[in-house]
Design a protein around this ligand. Structure first.
Ligand code: HEC
Length: 98
């Protein structure tokens, strides 16, 4: 038990805390958000691959719903993804925040 805590302390002290884990969709997330699980999985897949090419993907909960609605279309254009993929990413992000 002690070793991970020490490793974390060193990482934080060195200014490189481990990146937070982007939550993977599951049945509970789908049920809570009212979205279909395959849609959320598609959005998660695009988010963790296409949206992490230029920067670390942000934690969905670190940005307000309103800002996600504003930022995502521009970033989808940056990423060159389809409108369907953009819609799935936004659905996933908003579901992951709930
Ligand atoms: C081609 C490179 C590129 C890709 C691909 C990309 N981004 Fe970005 N992203 C940027 C840059 C550069 C910034 C910082 C400047 C800015 O805000 O425009 C940024 C900033 C952001 C921010 C912070 C915005 C803010 O105002 O604080 C979010 C959130 C974000 N990106 C989400 C995404 C999502 C979601 C995707 C996938 C659909 C994505 N990004 C794909 C380049 C990219």
């Amino acid at each position: 038990m002690k070793k991970p805590a020490i490793a974390l302390l060193i990482a934080v002290a060195a200014g490189c805390a481990p990146a937070p884990v982007i939550p993977a969709p599951d049945a509970a997330m789908a049920a809570k958000s009212g979205e279909k699980l395959p849609t959320l999985q598609k959005g998660y897949g695009v988010y963790t691959t296409q949206c992490s090419r230029c920067h670390e993907p942000m934690m969905p909960s670190d940005v307000s719903d309103e800002d996600w609605h504003i930022v995502t279309p521009g970033m989808a254009w940056n990423a060159g993804i389809s409108e369907a993929d953009e819609a799935a990413v936004l659905k996933y992000i908003l579901a992951a925040k709930q």
